[in-house]
Design a protein around this ligand. Structure first.
Ligand SMILES: *Cc1c(COP(=O)(O)O)cnc(C)c1O
Length: 393
């Protein structure tokens, strides 16, 4: 069939995978790169240019700390949330070997936590893997039943990246503390989406990423509570940067970008999330008309910017192919033999058939009403096409 008009630009509904860098953030980053700018090594103590770069790093450290209610001295720069998760789990477990070898986490954590916990198992640590309910939440009672005298760390995410489920950080942290265990949370998807306050929520370690919050890829941070019991052993050695916890020359432009992005989240998150909640409701209402929809995201305790849905009788890989003008994701993993549906969906007990029929839509600061309506048109068309009996083609 000939195309009557030029193909439309793809609609980006994959903000949970990454967000674009905000223009204001990009402008800040450009101040720290070229010869006429503040490009110097922030660790250079022997000249003014080094001090100025250091000042930029310290301002960003304050901006990131302010976003989560921390002290700037509690922020350790990393290459992203993946590295922060590695440092939190491996660094903490190794530093606290004498106290205990037991870690508690869940089967629907991000791979950065799941794979790190598996690596710890092969190092001789013991891991208890909690299975959440259908809504993706871990209850304090469930956590309590897994805690032991030798449990040193609990790691449970703030907002699940596939479902949007929000955990009750304060209740989980209190439960962990009652058994003398420290509490880590991966908050990569949480910044600007839910209220974060490490003091009020009693969090000891928190992983952060810039690129899920309109900052650049390749930079993140680990919040490490200033307390004698909260120590992490470095994984990257050389130079003793970041108070010995993470060596390596600090990327001033990346860090300044993350600081600005997080500061902007402070200003924007309220209006952004209110608008996104409306977009999300509009999207779900539109999907209702498509019919045969199962919403995998929780009805309660979820962020509005992530909507995970199953399309009955439709294969998600085929749907993705039919939705070339839409940027969305499946959460499935390809191996040589087959396509495995999302371990998160399977982990919360989604029937295999529905897990194979699911897509994650995620919205953000630049998503418009028009994007939603256009996406709904495309989905409607693609799903009807795939559901139609073969004879109709
Ligand atoms: C994106 C993401 C990560 C990984 O963050 P990077 O900065 O890309 O390493 C970790 N955890 C969660 C929940 C995420 O969404």
């Amino acid at each position: 069939m000939p195309t009557p008009t030029a193909p439309p630009l793809p609609v980006y509904l994959d903000y949970a995978a990454t967000t674009p860098v905000d223009e204001r953030v990009a402008r800040v980053m450009q101040r720290y790169l070229t010869v006429d700018q503040l490009f110097a090594n922030p660790a250079s103590r022997s000249h003014m240019l080094g001090w100025q770069a250091e000042q930029a790093v310290e301002q960003a450290r304050r901006q990131v700390a302010d976003t989560i209610g921390a002290d700037p001295r509690e922020i350790v720069w990393t290459s992203g949330a993946t590295e922060a998760d590695n440092l939190a789990l491996t660094g903490f477990m190794r530093a606290n070997r004498e106290r205990g070898m037991h870690l508690v986490t869940s089967i629907i954590e991000h791979k950065a936590v799941v794979d790190t916990a598996k690596a710890l198992e092969s190092e001789g640590f013991e891991v208890t893997w909690l299975t959440p309910g259908r809504d993706g939440r871990i209850s304090p009672a469930q956590l309590e039943s897994a805690l032991r005298d030798d449990t040193t760390l609990v790691s449970l995410m703030a907002v699940n990246n596939e479902l949007g489920t929000v955990n009750d950080l304060k209740a989980l942290a209190d439960t962990a503390h009652a058994f003398g265990a420290a509490f880590h949370t991966d908050a990569a998807q949480a910044v600007g989406r839910i209220a974060l306050d490490v003091a009020a929520q009693q969090v000891d370690l928190m992983s952060l990423s810039a690129h899920k919050a309109y900052g650049p890829k390749g930079v993140g941070a680990l919040y490490v509570k200033r307390h004698p019991d909260i120590r992490v052993e470095a994984l990257i050695h050389g130079g003793g940067h970041e108070r010995g916890m993470r060596s390596g020359t600090l990327p001033t432009h990346q860090i300044a970008g993350m600081g600005e992005a997080f500061a902007m989240m402070g200003e924007h998150s309220g209006p952004d999330q209110a608008r996104i909640a409306e977009l999300s409701a509009r999207f779900l209402a539109g999907l209702d008309e498509v019919g045969g929809i199962h919403v995998n995201s929780p009805a309660e305790h979820g962020v509005p910017n992530i909507v995970n849905v199953a399309f009955e009788g439709v294969d998600s890989e085929a749907l993705l192919m039919a939705l070339r003008d839409l940027a969305v994701s499946t959460g499935s993993a390809c191996n040589s033999a087959s396509v495995e549906p999302s371990y998160v969906l399977l982990g919360v007990g989604t029937p295999r058939e529905l897990a194979h029929a699911s897509l994650r839509f995620s919205f953000g600061r630049f998503t418009t009403d028009h994007d939603i309506d256009h996406a709904l048109d495309l989905i409607h068309h693609a799903v009807s096409g795939l559901r139609a009996p073969a004879a109709a083609h």
